[in-house]
Design a protein around this ligand. Structure first.
Ligand code: SF4
Length: 253
């Protein structure tokens, strides 16, 4: 089976997801928290702040932080948030129990993100993406926030394009987010070595589909979560099984 056939099927599924109608994105599994994060019209800063919090803890725990803060301060307007000092943020993040593994650092990042949205984007975080920018510009604007690296910046741009249906002029700079699922799936599909580094997976995705490397992100993540599990792949259920070298090998026993 050729690499191209594997690429084409992943991209085809990615395009289906990209073209699907917009629906509520389940970031946390908590209805009220997800409503806040999906409300790009009135609370676009909630989505940006959740992205900033998404570091070295489970995604669901990171993405619920804006909602938990909103409960503590009785609202989530930029006016309310920008009145908080960094000390207020540290207290809100640490009491009565810590909201993040790195409370001190994340309190500073939360504070500086609010201040940057207030000063650079005139309190409207949607200005980061609302002028139909290039994908590189959106990733760059994200990288300007404290604590945001290329992985989170690319992930944010991908969610905006694919799930929120925000238009960009191109998608070249949206990379695959090479998490543990995606690295395992790339390895088993024979697209990379089984022990490929994050950088190798990112560059392989760029080589395979330079127009939009992140197009393969969600398909691979879903395959990894649903069937291509670390302790044993369920190849019979997986839609890649007729193309997958690992599935063929497992069949032969
Ligand atoms: S066919 Fe099996 S090994 Fe290949 S990607 Fe699917 S679950 Fe993983």
């Amino acid at each position: 089976m050729s690499e191209k056939e594997i690429r084409d099927r992943l991209v085809e599924h990615g395009k289906e997801l990209f073209r699907a109608p917009k629906q509520l994105i389940r970031f946390t599994g908590n209805g009220k928290a997800d409503s806040l994060l999906n409300d790009l019209k009135n609370h676009p800063h909630a989505f940006v702040l959740a992205c900033v919090m998404d570091r070295q803890i489970k995604a669901e725990k990171a993405w619920i932080i804006p909602y938990l803060i909103s409960q503590k301060i009785d609202g989530f307007s930029m006016k309310r948030l920008s009145a908080l000092s960094v000390e207020d943020m540290r207290r809100l993040m640490s009491e009565p129990e810590p909201l993040h593994r790195f409370v001190d650092k994340m309190a500073v990042n939360f504070y500086s993100t609010v201040q940057r949205i207030a000063s650079v984007y005139n309190n409207n975080a949607a200005s980061i993406w609302s002028d139909k920018p290039s994908s590189a510009e959106v990733v760059y604007r994200y990288l300007e926030f404290d604590g945001v690296g290329p992985k989170i910046a690319s992930m944010a741009a991908n969610i905006l394009a694919r799930d929120f249906k925000v238009p960009f002029t191109d998608y070249y700079s949206i990379d695959i987010s090479a998490d543990v699922h995606i690295r395992r799936v790339f390895g088993r599909l024979g697209l990379c070595a089984a022990d490929a580094t994050v950088e190798q997976v990112i560059y392989k995705a760029r080589a395979l589909y330079p127009d939009f490397p992140g197009m393969m992100d969600l398909p691979c993540w879903e395959i990894g979560r649903n069937w291509c599990k670390s302790r044993g792949p369920e190849c019979i259920e997986c839609y890649m099984n007729d193309l997958c070298p690992t599935a063929k090998q497992n069949e032969k026993g």
